[in-house]
Design a protein around this ligand. Structure first.
Ligand SMILES: CC(C)(COP(=O)(O)OP(=O)(O)OC[C@H]1O[C@@H](n2cnc3c(N)ncnc32)[C@H](O)[C@@H]1OP(=O)(O)O)[C@@H](O)C(=O)NCCC(=O)NCCSC(=O)c1cc(O)c2ccccc2c1O
Length: 138
């Protein structure tokens, strides 16, 4: 996939008592970048179906490596790409840059699921309409 780039400014609430960005913020920005990527393709990360259930993308694994700290007011460029398209899952790879220096990188794997409030999560093969646009963005 051509790399999708999202941008975030480090807000005060993203930082911790050490004055640097708390690691949880990187996971949140990673997820937000992924959702922005879906939106850019005309997809919704929670798509309602006729029976009232939703197709969604819960995470089955997440990892992040932190190489340098980020600070309040820094502008971060989040470079996101689909690393692997599985039968029922997508693996995203993201890198976080500030002034072209890489601060962190990580992976998130999401399983395509039917999400019902009562029935819970049921993984399904990724529907073709998602594959069409995701593969085209590669
Ligand atoms: C999600 C599950 C229901 C899947 O269980 P199932 O037994 O059906 O899984 P499969 O074995 O068929 O695997 C499907 C697919 O996923 C890969 N996979 C599964 N588990 C892992 C794992 N631990 N590590 C790596 N990969 C895994 C597997 O290889 C298959 O991929 P293929 O490409 O090979 O087909 C079940 O696992 C479950 O219920 N898990 C708990 C999910 C959860 O609670 N996650 C944490 C919170 S979810 C979340 O934060 C979230 C974020 C969002 O952005 C969302 C966006 C939109 C909707 C929902 C969101 C959301 O919930």
């Amino acid at each position: 996939m051509a790399t999708f780039v999202a941008q975030r400014r480090v807000e005060f609430a993203n930082t911790d008592m050490a004055g640097i960005v708390h690691y949880v913020s990187f996971y949140r920005w990673f997820e937000e970048a992924e959702h922005e990527y879906f939106r850019s393709l005309g997809l919704n990360i929670m798509e309602k179906q006729e029976d009232g259930s939703y197709i969604g993308w819960p995470r089955v694994s997440a990892s992040c490596h932190f190489e340098a700290p980020a600070y309040h007011e820094d502008i971060l460029d989040i470079h996101l790409r689909v690393e692997r398209i599985g039968l029922k899952s997508l693996t995203f790879f993201a890198e976080f840059f500030c002034r072209e220096k890489r601060l962190a990188y990580g992976r998130m794997k999401t399983a395509c699921c039917v999400c019902g409030l009562e029935s819970g999560l049921e993984s399904i093969p990724i529907p073709q309409r998602y594959l069409d646009v995701i593969e085209e963005s590669k």
